[in-house]
Ligand binder design. Sequence first.
Ligand SMILES: NC(=O)C1=CN([C@@H]2O[C@H](COP(=O)(O)OP(=O)(O)OC[C@H]3O[C@@H](n4cnc5c(N)ncnc54)[C@H](O)[C@@H]3O)[C@@H](O)[C@H]2O)C=CC1
Ligand SMILES: N[C@@H](CC=O)C(=O)O
Length: 814
Amino acid sequence: MAVQFSTAFNATTFSATTVASALVVHKFGGSSLASAERFHAVADILLAQPQASAWVVVSAPGDTTDALLALLDAAADQTALEQHWQALSQQLRLLVTRTLSVATAPLVLNQLNSWLADVPVAAQAGRHNDVLAIGEKLSTLLLSHLLQDRGQQATAIDARDFLRLDGQQVQWQQSAELLQQLVQPGFNVVTGFIARTVDGKSITLGRNGSDYSATIVGRLVLAQSINIWTDVDAIYSADPRKVPSARAYRQVPFAQARTLAQLGNPVLHAKTLSPLADFNAELVVRSSYEPEQPGCRVSRQAAIEVQFVTDLADVVLVTFPKSQQVTAEQAAAALQSTVFAVPGDVKSWVVEQKNLDALLSFLGQQQIYPRVSSAQYQAIAWVKPAAKQQQQLSLQAAHWLERQQPAFSFENAELALWLFQPPLSARELTEFHQLLLPSQVRLNVVVAGTGNVGSEFLALLGKQQQAFTGQIELKLAGVFNSRQACFSDDLTVQNWPQQLATAPAYQKQELLDYLAALPSPKVLVDITPSKAFAEGYGDFVQTGCHLISANKQGVTLPLAQYQQISALVAEQQVSWLANTTVGAGLPVQRILQELQSSGDHIQQISGIFSGTLSWLLCKYDGSAPFSEFVTKAQAEGLTEPDPRDDLSGKDVQRKLLVLARELGLTLDINDIELTPLLPEGLEQGSWDEFWLKRDELDSAVAATFATAKAAGQVLRYVATLTVTAEGPKANVQLLSVAPDHPLAAIQACDNVFVIESDWYQANPLVLKGPGAGRLVTAGGIHADLAILARQQMAAAKAARHSQAQAAAWANERA
Ligand SMILES: NC(=O)C1=CN([C@@H]2O[C@H](COP(=O)(O)OP(=O)(O)OC[C@H]3O[C@@H](n4cnc5c(N)ncnc54)[C@H](O)[C@@H]3O)[C@@H](O)[C@H]2O)C=CC1
Ligand SMILES: N[C@@H](CC=O)C(=O)O
């Protein structure tokens, strides 16, 4: 396909018949290419991408660059040089033969051998950059041949054939024009790390220069996305090797990412971000070890709440007598190392001791002679969150700092920096991190069903998020209904209706893939009435997610199916909460659980379990047809999506089954005797068909009502479960009761649960209150979510405790 290939630097639009719509750049670092298996894993990742072609930028395999540097260091000593050369040659040849097919490997080996043959000569002649280029050249050759072995079109490109720099400046126009001549269809695999000066000298882009190469290539080809594949799948709030409670972020705003990079963060480098300062491509950090994970996006949105605590060892403070022209950023770029101006004071920079000589000589060339601290420090920086109210240290953190007595403190609105001597230990760093970012677990919440109850649940979620602030983040991670599905990290309680409105159709497989990739803890909240959906619970649970059901279909599936799901729930060690399936927000199941777990035995549960029928039978007075009352109940959100589920008594039958199963009884729905309120045959067909025949219902109810009224009684729809020595007996029926009967004196919509047990025999335990309605039901689902949230907080606390114990134990042993 011929497409336009243009650069942002020239109004000229060039066309290239060979460039496919390759708008993604993938960059793989040395750790992703450390062995034949890793090369194959990288090829798998590339072939799994939706794009038919792509730009790929590669580093040298594994530790090849270190080995080449060691070889160069040994260049003066012929024997040492020979030893390094032998070891490296053997290692690289082995990599080629293990990675490629028998047919392809010889081609690459020939090429590698000719490069290796030149190494000793080039090392002794001081052509260091030619020697260093071998690693990346080999990676491009290996990967492109591997892709060809897999039936793909792939081309190896030496970046020195197009990438031109003048000093630190990329020559965008010239580089784009040269690149234009090299591109081929399929995968273009480009060497990272290396380039040429405008006068043709081979150069390197410094340590981690391959990431920089990737963003340069991204900008040259106007990529939409640049994926930096590395060995971490997130950017952490602190170095997780030192701070085990560091938070993994999935999104980081560009400005904070840049500050982080300037401070020497090992995941992102300052140079890497520079081509993106005014070029709007998405940068994603992803793990080549866990390619199914979404990684971390460096986002243009400023309002993402992230903060970081970084540390940099062995730094000195460099202070200038007066303001001068060179900026810390320029010095960092020239030295290819970390140099940054302290916040609030442009006259002082922090620089790593190991780079001090280079910095002083760079500055000396410009007649700048700064003062250098005699001591070395550990720099600890707090990259503050975007929210103004969170940019102040908490009192606890301030007191902690006071006790630690940093040698220097600097601060502005975005950043605080402290220099410590002696340095903080990993334990102290963890303590400080904990004070700045109290460990907060994120519970990902995916909501199925946005109808009557689902939309109310979502409306309440914002308040619950606030209520749990600082303890656990209730993240809305997905919303869908029978029509559309929105699975995205960008979802919020405010924007879900708009996001869902423009989202694609719901597909179960997409939900499963999303759940599988979503980090734990995660919960699927089922607020649909769908049996088919509930039948998929087993699949959902196997992705490691918890379940909350308002939908009664899952908990009332045929016994074998129900037991199978329960077994999977136990196996996956997840929770299945379904407290709203009976009594809506009334905590009837929890009461039964507590009684049983404390040693009581339930003998009977009876009462009014349908809010809809309770409302209808309280309101109905014969003044209008019964069906008109049904319409009103429907409008108030009290009924099932199809009110015939209420009128047929099936909804009550299901609730009684739920309670029976709560007692550990192995009943099925048909074990519960049912006398429907709905005349026979009316439960068949569509709602519209039923509506045409509603007179049958109206006259049946009118007659029953008149009989009861004549006897001075009221109608109540009653469920009873009795546990007898012969086994359980359960029925659901319409009763006519006297006005002084305990079930007579209720408010419209009330549920009544009468529980008789060993402890509550003569005087049963009674639970009464509204048992239907969108608000009480949504509130009940939130009660389940709160239970789950507390479980997760407790689990995280236990994990932290055991981590702390393990650390203390390790310290003691050390
Ligand atoms: N209204 C109440 O007082 C109470 C209701 N419930 C239960 O809450 C659930 C929801 O009730 P309502 O909100 O009134 O229903 P609704 O009909 O207003 O909304 C149902 C939602 O589920 C979605 N949906 C249906 N089938 C689906 C499928 N296969 N996959 C994905 N989405 C699907 C629909 O698109 C809709 O968004 C029902 O199971 C009901 O029994 C539970 C306790 C009380
Ligand atoms: N229609 C149901 C709603 C809750 O489950 C009822 O009436 O109880």
